[in-house]
Structure formats: structure tokens, C-alpha cells
Write a protein that binds this ligand. Structure first.
Ligand code: DOR
Ligand code: ZN
Ligand code: ZN
Length: 396
């Protein structure tokens, strides 16, 4: 088969280190199948499925199920993220070794949605990670600083009467875990960096030679808390949308490599969990199908990244962080590869109803963005083309 790619940009398949698929437990909001279709349409060939499912992915039974189901669907490689602790509020380390050596070969552990906040537990997790060559991803939220918090602590939340989520909730954990990683001689990965202060701490830690990496979401690059004026809970997310100055610092940090990569934090929620009062709504927003376009708008158009840089932050760096070696190395002639084709001249308007995700909680509804993924190939097989996921025919 010949694919006409004239006028298009050829990129390595994107890797998302941070996706919430809701299987097992909330298949009414996303399944491994619907989430895989969304990922393929967004140009992704690998996604890391976060551990806060129900049951929690704290055992090999769950992590191997997620991996196998992803392979069965065949649209994207779904790598399960194991939970660091037993249960999300757990006080006890999960048996990471069993998950790491199972069929899924779990390589990243997190309690995303919940910070690993006991410092001794975090320290032990880092030591473990060091021994077994897995990565600990930290949600970075000091829970004692976010009791009741629903929005960024600042003038907007104060005026709107929304309980504030301070920057220190994130930054204190980033600082702490940088130091714990230093002492343990281990690596730590910071999920969804959201403040200018986190950028400064990452700069400092990297300059000390600490093995720390970080991701940023498209929504924290583009949006800020001025969005909250309407009280529309589609804009409620953890960590919260910050101020415009934070978003600018995050864009600069991504351009400079202080923040290593983009991750979506794709977080589907049902209509009934996003309606009514801001405080009662669940946090999180869709991200897989809009990520590339938002990176083009926020990073490529202002000249902060070129297309080479897009390949780096969407594919090569995230692949490197988790040790996926098929990305970022030269592809040999005739070798089946993970590739994404982007039409840089396209422009499209987001309509939740037209997205593959079961849920509709996109904050970008009715917004028009540049550039669009036209084709995705997973090991040489087309998984998405012209806005449609392409299911595999025949056996696996
Ligand atoms: O906004 C968020 N939603 N942040 C998280 O940390 C968890 C996620 C979810 O699972 O919905
Ligand atoms: Zn999180
Ligand atoms: Zn998350």
C-alpha cells in the first residue's frame, strides 16, 4: 500500500505517559477499546494507562488484564501503570516485582489521582524502582494542603468563592521527591507540572544532577484560571488550571527541555459527574484527540518548538523515560514502524460528539485549532486514517 504523504509532516508515533482509561470499573465513561481509538486518532502508538481504576491496578491480575485487552484491541500499545501502594489510599507498598515481571512487564508505577505522600513510603518505592529498573511517577499533591480545594489559589478563586489549591501543594512534593531521589540514587518522574515554581525546582534539581523528569499537559500549556468565571466544571482538573504566567513558564520550560515531554492526563468523566456544582464535580478533562493540535498552537506557531522538537516531546523523550527503544532510533528500510502523519495546514473545530472517547468532557468544545493527525501506523499497520480508527481484520 502506498500512502500519499505529500505536504504532510512525518513523525514517530506519539507516546502518552499519562492516560486514564476507565477499564476496569467505569466502562460507561471509557473502555480500553474506546480509549485506544481516541489514542490512535490523536496520533498515539503507545499510552500508559493510569492505575486509579476500580479495582486499582495494584496487582498483576489487573495489570496483565489491561495489557492483554489492549493487545486484543490492537489500536495502540496500552502499557498499564501499576499502583505504588495497595489500594489508592494504601499505606503499604504494592508487590511491584510481580507486576514488573508479568506479561505486561510493568515499567512505571504511580498512584495517580493520589500522591504518594508518606515520605518513607516514597523513599522505599524509589529504592525499589532503582533495584528493578522501573519508574516512579509522582502525582505531586500534598493532600494536607488541598483539603476541600477545587481551583487554583489566587485572585480568581477568591473572587468566585472557590476553595484554593496552593502552588505549594505541588512544589513541596516536587522539592521533597527530588531530594529523596537524590539520596536514593533513583529516578523520579513528576506528573503534570503546573506551576512556574515547579519549573524553577526542576531546573535546580537537574543542575544538581538529580535524575528527575517531568511532563506537562496540553491544557496547562493553553488554559488558565480565567476559564473559571462561568463555573463550568469542564474546566475542573487536578492540578488546577493556574495563572497565565504559570502557563507561559511551562511553555518556556518545555521549549528548553526543563520539562521533558507532553502527557495528556486524558481523564474521561460522565455527564452526571461533571454537572451541577463546581465543588461536587469530578476533576479531569479529555486530551488524547486534541493534544497534537494544542501543541502546534501553543508551541510551534509561536516558534517555541519546530517539528523536530514536536517529535522529541511527543514521542522520543517519553519513550526514553520509560525505556521503549523502538522510538527515537533510526528506522531501517522495510521495518514496520510506529508513525504519525500530520497535516500542518489543516484546521478543525472540536466537537465532543465527534470524538471517539465515550465521554464528552473536553474543555476545547467549539474551539478551532491548527494541524491534524491524518494517519497513524502501529508497527506498519494503519490504526487511524482521516478521522476514523481502523480496526484490525482477522486474528491478532
Ligand atoms: O484531573 C484529574 N483527573 N487528575 C487526576 O489526578 C486524576 C484524574 C482522574 O482520574 O480523573
Ligand atoms: Zn494526577
Ligand atoms: Zn492523571
Amino acid at each position: 500500500e502506498v500512502i500519499d504523504a505529500s505536504g504532510q509532516i512525518l513523525l514517530p508515533g506519539f507516546v502518552d505517559l499519562h492516560t486514564h482509561l476507565r477499564e476496569p470499573g467505569r466502562e460507561d465513561t471509557e473502555t480500553i477499546e474506546s480509549g485506544s481509538a481516541a489514542a490512535a486518532l490523536g496520533g498515539y502508538t503507545a499510552v500508559f494507562a493510569m492505575a486509579n481504576t476500580s479495582p486499582v491496578a495494584d496487582s498483576v491480575v489487573v495489570t496483565d488484564h489491561v495489557w492483554r485487552r489492549g493487545q486484543e484491541v490492537g489500536l495502540v500499545d496500552v502499557y498499564p501503570v501499576g499502583a505504588v501502594t495497595v489500594g489508592l489510599e494504601g499505606k503499604q507498598l504494592a508487590e511491584m516485582g510481580t507486576m514488573a515481571t508479568g506479561a505486561a512487564g510493568v515499567r512505571m508505577f504511580s498512584d495517580d489521582g493520589h500522591c504518594v505522600y508518606d515520605p518513607l513510603l516514597m523513599r522505599r518505592a524509589l529504592e525499589y524502582a532503582n533495584t528493578f529498573g522501573v519508574l516512579i511517577a509522582q502525582h505531586a499533591e500534598e493532600p494536607r494542603l488541598t483539603v476541600g480545594a477545587v481551583a487554583h489559589e489566587g485572585p480568581t478563586a477568591a473572587r468566585l468563592g472557590l476553595a484554593g489549591w496552593p502552588r505549594a501543594a505541588e512544589e513541596s512534593i516536587v522539592a521533597r521527591d527530588a531530594l529523596l531521589a537524590r539520596d536514593a540514587g533513583a529516578r523520579v518522574h513528576i506528573c503534570h507540572a503546573s506551576t512556574a515554581g515547579t519549573v524553577e525546582l526542576l531546573k535546580w534539581a537537574k543542575a544538581q544532577g538529580i535524575s528527575i523528569t517531568a511532563e506537562v499537559t496540553p491544557h496547562h500549556l493553553l488554559l488558565d484560571d480565567s476559564r473559571l468565571e462561568t463555573y463550568d466544571a469542564v474546566n475542573k482538573v487536578n492540578p488546577p488550571l493556574r495563572e497565565a504566567s504559570d502557563a507561559a513558564a511551562l511553555r518556556q520550560a518545555l521549549a528548553e527541555g526543563v520539562i521533558d515531554c507532553v502527557a495528556t492526563d486524558h481523564a474521561p468523566h460522565a455527564e452526571q459527574d461533571k454537572c451541577c456544582e463546581f465543588a461536587a464535580a469530578r476533576p479531569g478533562m479529555l486530551g488524547l484527540e486534541t493534544a497534537l493540535s494544542i501543541i502546534v498552537q501553543t508551541m510551534v506557531e509561536p516558534g517555541l518548538l519546530d517539528w523536530r522538537g514536536v517529535a522529541k516531546v511527543m514521542s522520543e523523550r517519553p519513550a526514553e523515560i520509560v525505556g521503549l527503544d523502538e522510538h527515537g532510533r533510526p528506522i531501517e528500510v522495510g521495518e514496520p514502524a510506529n508513525l504519525t502523519l500530520v497535516d500542518p495546514r489543516a484546521s478543525w473545530t472540536v466537537r465532543a460528539k465527534e470524538l471517539a472517547s465515550i465521554s464528552n468532557n473536553t474543555p476545547f468544545e467549539d474551539m478551532t485549532f491548527p494541524a491534524r493527525v491524518t494517519t497513524t501506523l502501529l508497527r506498519g499497520r494503519v490504526t487511524a486514517r482521516e478521522g476514523k480508527a481502523v480496526k484490525r481484520t482477522g486474528g491478532p
